[in-house]
Design a binder for this molecule. Structure first.
Ligand code: MG
Length: 260
């Protein structure tokens, strides 16, 4: 009897401690509350602190089980949104968005994945705000990790480099200078829907920008939109990964993905 009491007390103690530990962490919950505070593209929303990520390294080697989406040679794994051959420029191991050529997408479809992307914004920089080195990495062609020149440049916080566009600014601004290679390492969990189309679990992204954590398993409120935060609409479990043509000659290289 005495033993039983000791066990139950210690169990309560352990549960209590666990509860404390969980509520002390809970970054996703506090950020979801933060989202309600700010209108989409709210100019008053504070920009995150700047963190110098250090110099760019060489291209990160693709692990053995990765699907290489772009190895610097050709765009055979990519098409336009209509399925036509992608017309971006390929040169010296990189691809470059061509104004008017349209956004491109992978020929293969992906759901849960680990995605590695390297990109560089134009140097010298041209324009300001959203009109400065704008592109984007679209998971499932609808959930955007923003690509923008955010080195000593301002825009609305939820539209800066590494923002989950229209929803969450990165935790810090780890941008490198224009023209320098930058990396995104993204862990993406696709949303799940039940047979009635209701959300069972939302899309979730962890993003590391230039080796610096900028989103920690962040849940999205829905697909990416401009000046709006639309709700989820049920969709396929696998869809292409897209790169945005926003009329700026942003470069990409060394893109690979691991299915999870
Ligand atoms: Mg964009």
């Amino acid at each position: 009897m005495r033993t039983a009491i000791v066990i139950s007390l210690s169990t309560i103690g352990a549960v209590g401690l666990l509860g404390l530990a969980v509520s002390a962490q809970a970054p996703a919950i506090s950020r979801a509350a933060e989202l309600q505070k700010w209108a989409v593209h709210d100019e008053a929303r504070p920009m995150p602190p700047v963190v110098d990520p250090g110099p760019a390294g060489p291209p990160a080697p693709a692990p053995a089980d990765a699907v290489v989406l772009f190895d610097g040679r050709d765009l055979s794994g990519w098409t336009t949104s209509k399925g036509a051959p992608a017309k971006w420029l390929v040169k010296d191991g990189y691809m470059e968005a061509v104004k008017g050529a349209g956004s491109i997408q992978t020929t293969r479809a992906f759901g849960d994945c680990q995605l590695h992307v390297e990109w560089a914004s134009p140097a010298p920089p041209v324009g300001s705000g959203q009109d400065r080195g704008n592109s984007g990495v679209f998971l499932m062609n609808m959930y955007e990790v923003q690509v923008l020149d955010s080195y000593q440049a301002t825009t609305y916080a939820d539209g800066m480099a590494a923002a989950l566009y229209g929803q969450y600014p990165p935790l810090v601004n780890a941008a490198r200078r224009p023209g320098e290679w930058q990396t995104y390492d993204i862990v993406f969990r696709a949303p799940r829907f039940d047979q009635n189309g209701a959300v069972v679990s939302p899309a979730r992204l962890t993003v590391v920008h230039n080796g610096v954590l900028v989103h920690d398993a962040q849940e999205l409120s829905g697909p990416t939109a401009h000046k709006a935060r639309p709700p989820y609409k049920a969709h396929a479990g696998r869809l292409p990964i897209g790169l945005q043509d926003h009329s700026h000659p942003v470069r990409f290289r060394n893109i690979w993905v691991r299915e999870l």
